[in-house]
Design a protein around this ligand. Sequence first.
Ligand code: CP
Ligand code: NVA
Length: 307
Amino acid sequence: MQLKHYLQFNDFSREEYEYLFARTRYIKQVFKQYQQYWPLIDRTLVMIFDKNSTRTRLSFEAGMNQLGGSSIYLSTRDTQLDRGEPVEDAARVISRMADIVMIRTYAHDILQRFADHSNVPVINGLTDEYHPCQIMADIFTFIEHRGNIKGKIIAWIGDANNICNTWLQAAEIFDFKVHVSTPPGYDIEPAQIGLKTAGHFEEFANPHDAVRNVDLVTTDVWTSMGFEAEAEKRKTDFAEFRVDAEMMALAKENALFMHCLPAHRGEEVAAEVIDGPQSVVWDEAENRLHTQKALLEYLLLGKTGKV
Ligand code: CP
Ligand code: NVA
């Protein structure tokens, strides 16, 4: 089987995502029915975390166990990476002992260098630039609630961060549009994030204009991990970019609200929105588990499962 990594959302085609979502529906159903499904017996996932996590660690660790495999958690602080071992050497060694690796780190280049020297599949568990596993779960969640995402409009309000970049890549694959509204000085960089077209996004200076008549409103923290030194300045710069009930009211009546979590109520989102009836944030979080189990199965076994 050809070695495949999952480092950016556009590493997979639309057809591969459709396969993964079909597998996700099956895997979710057997999980809900307490049926054993152990295709990954004797397989080991190594998870390397250079940043904090609740959902990503939990969903990969629980998911691997539920598929019959096992997982090992490594914090870079406890490994020789923290004492200067080259990432290329770590990749060579870890990939001789593990069947698959998931990494959460800072610059995407670190992940890329690891993948370039790994003999086994490598998954992006979040970098400064991208978070493909999150958007895979989010799109699966949107489809569960609304049937299809093709042709829909999504509003991104806030920082042009890893989650925003990944939504923009996903729009090209699934053929939907992203209305982006970021404060001045925090603009998206379409060429740097590998966008191939200009037709799948539109930029709006005013967030209220961006959400008008959209099918989904989504946002994320004003200060991502690694940018803590800018937190106070960002509170001022992003003050007009809070998703509140007044802003949500401009979207379609049946618009959904998403947030990858963790959230800061009263900053990027008002409690009335994230805890309100249009919010599907808990479904998004749960679907990390199911979609990533399909991803692990696909990267390790290929298209072997029933769809
Ligand atoms: N959404 C997400 O990746 O959450 P964690 O940072 O808790 O893993
Ligand atoms: N943009 C956030 C996402 C956390 C899941 C961060 O990178 O910190």
